[in-house]
Ligand binder design. Sequence first.
Ligand code: AMP
Length: 194
Amino acid sequence: MAEIASLCVYCGSRDKVDQAYRDAAIDLGRRLGEAGIRLVFGGGHVGLMGLCADAALAAGGEAVGVIPEHLMQREVGHADLTELHVTPDMHSRKFKMFELSDAFAILPGGLGTLDETFEIVTWRQLRLHDMPIILIDIDGFWTPLTDLLDRTIQAGFAGPEARDLFQTVTSVDQVLPAIAAAPQPRIRPRPGLL
Ligand code: AMP
């Protein structure tokens, strides 16, 4: 049974998206704040990530942002966070987020979110960590991704065990129970391997 102190949330950075996705980000942030689980995120005050961080803080929780220097303006570095780590580049951002987190959750998002998702899943495939990864499939947003994984397995490019690298849930209220039900992680990030 996994017990976590922090959850890394990957999600979209654009504002003009369906309200259902925005509500999911707010709901997740609020639940983390109420549960006393620290939010780790991309550090911007834009899109779903800004909503999630604001909701976590409003619920009395902690939000820790990790943003590369060159995105401070574009993604509007959030000014009111518990901590804001400014990194020199994208790779150090991703590693810092990885290092600060005990589990990962993925809300709907764009290409950046896809990049982060594939990286954390493939790092798990390579046994560089064994932390829980929860894909939050709001309104079927991620169904094409899980269909692609099925096709990848059918075609022989991955084994059926690839389905166990992450868990899919269909609503935000399932995220923390899914993490609690996952085995306690034993493999922590080691910088030399990435
Ligand atoms: P998006 O899903 O495209 O809105 O991006 C979500 C977040 O992912 C934003 O904070 C982006 O800066 C970030 N992002 C985009 N590309 C990458 C990348 N290659 N590595 C790490 N983060 C990225």
